[in-house]
Write a protein that binds this ligand. Structure first.
Ligand SMILES: [Zn+2]
Length: 218
């Protein structure tokens, strides 16, 4: 498990993407791996991680500003306009872009939030049951348009919350036992039991963490 936030971790674009020897961009599909890494393997819309959605092949490149519009045609191969997305969000987003012709990515209460320039946790809150709620516009527009509370995504977020609780429970138990073992005067038998329990907790926590919260990119 990486140290990033459980939901909508901060994303940073690399300073430079690869270009051809003449300085022009490659065809946009060339940037799949770089965009994937910059988005930490997550769909920037629903926050589903590729490891939760069936792996790298289950994800697509999304043109953040849809290139169907004349105003955006020049962005077709620009990697700075590409984000990592699940096919569901990519399909639902389609060519919707309420802020057409504007520098901003949303206007009034509608539009999209640039995941590289904004902290999405200021726009969305994830409840314990995995549902996503809007904190400020245009979050509600995105939740409705992209159906961000569709059952598959709600379930993914709920499971992530449950897994995090399990891991936290292990950590707390480990700390308690480590504290007890540092105390003087505990009879030998109890110490032996505690050490064996601690060993089990540590190894099980580590295997659970690896199996349940693996956000590494392969
Ligand atoms: Zn998605």
């Amino acid at each position: 498990m990486t140290n990033c936030s459980p939901f909508f971790p901060e994303l940073n674009r690399r300073a430079e993407y690869q270009v051809k020897s003449n300085g022009n961009y490659y065809q946009y599909s060339h940037y799949r791996q770089e965009i994937r890494e910059d988005c930490l393997g997550r769909c920037v819309y629903c926050d589903g991680h590729e490891n939760e959605l069936g792996g790298i092949d289950s994800m697509v490149l999304d043109h953040f500003r849809p290139t169907k519009y004349e105003e955006h045609k020049h962005l077709k191969n620009d990697p700075n306009n590409l984000v990592w997305a699940c096919p569901g969000c990519n399909h639902l987003k389609s060519s919707h872009w309420p802020a057409l012709g504007m520098q901003e990515t949303f206007v009034d209460n509608t539009g999209f939030i640039d995941p590289f320039n904004e902290n999405l946790n200021e726009y969305f809150k994830i409840k314990d049951d995995g549902s996503i709620v809007a904190l400020k516009p245009p979050a509600n527009y995105k939740i409705k348009l992209l159906s961000l509370n569709r059952i598959t995504r709600k379930r993914i977020r709920e499971l992530r919350n449950i897994k995090l609780l399990w891991i936290k429970g292990f950590e707390e138990n480990i700390q308690k036992i480590e504290f007890l073992l540092k105390q003087k005067g505990i009879i030998e038998k109890i110490e032996e039991i505690l050490r064996s329990h601690l060993k089990w907790l540590l190894s099980t926590k580590s295997s659970l963490e690896k199996a349940l919260l693996d956000f590494n990119l392969y």
